[in-house]
Design a protein around this ligand. Sequence first.
Ligand code: NAD
Length: 361
Amino acid sequence: MRAWRIAVLAGDGIGPEVVAEALRLLKAPAFAHLRFEFEHAPIGGAALDAYGDPLPPQSLDTARSADAVLFGAVGEPRFDSAPRAKRPEQGLLRLRKELALFANLRPATVFPGLEHASTLKPHVVEGLDILIVRELTGDIYFGQPRGIRELAGGEREGFDTMRYTESEIRRIARVAFEAARRRSSRVCSVDKANVLETTQLWREIVSEVGRGYPDVQLSHMYVDNAAMQLVRQPRQFDVMLTGNMFGDILSDEAAMLTGSIGMLPSASLDEAGKGLYEPIHGSAPDIAGKGIANPLAAILSAAMMLRHSLRCGSEAARIERAVADVLRSGARTADLEGGTGAAVGTRAMADLVIAALDGRA
Ligand code: NAD
């Protein structure tokens, strides 16, 4: 069996700390049957220091030639006043664009025992397991024409263009339906078809794609209602399919339902299923270097990588069950623990997950 080539772009702050734990997990005896070649490359502040570029060409090449990219986080306060092109975050934005990652997958999961971390009532979020599939390269964020122009009379007007082609809608819809098949087989497509022509086409094409997936139940919901339903009765959702802007807003709302930023992984995929896998949190400079960051978002990102790019779904599920077991046993990193002083550190949390894998063959 050939080795999977994984580009490891750990980045700044707690990025390298949590990615190191995800790598330790992938190298654990439980996964000895999988072969990996890890290739490390700088990105973000670390790359700016070494090469004056947040995404040096050799890092891009490493990411391009790999089967998947495992990413940590970028961002350092000392670059806050640097020109835009010289900021660490530009490295990630450019990488997503260069790799044509059009499909963003963001799970929002509440693990048993963590219901109280949410600001919603525990019985509302108990068992929550949503996957938001968001289109990432189109919509009003990229549509032309756009700008700020001066009207006759001197008043200025800002304008943007919402647009989606049929093929763009079709490819993201397929990602959602395929993902739903691996879950509870329900897709809720979010639009504003009562007001916006772009999303009228969206609804038409999603329905057409849906006819090719008779085993998946498709529903449609207006975005304003979806925002409301997410806090009213979030467990009604399995896969939520959205355009770029609606998904931007709803995925952050869904993340907050879980109340724990250190727990949430994400994936961004290209047309061939190659992906970049990253925790949704940033570089957390306030806790970097202290050994207290929660490594579970990075570990669950590695699980997503196994499932979506490497087609190792059973190994991915094994990691997810091990994480659930560890949380059920009561182990908590500082972000989840609420100041009782009984928190475990980054490495200790990863050790517990690795140990739990053995009980989960
Ligand atoms: P952040 O996600 O880094 O931190 C927000 C809060 O959550 C902080 O209190 C932090 O300590 C805590 N936190 C985050 N991850 C944690 C973890 N794994 N375990 C425990 N606690 C955790 O967001 P921010 O403070 O707004 O941004 C910090 C830097 O990160 C900025 O430079 C920002 O631009 C960058 N950023 C990068 C990404 C990315 O790389 N994808 C995403 C968001 C922010």
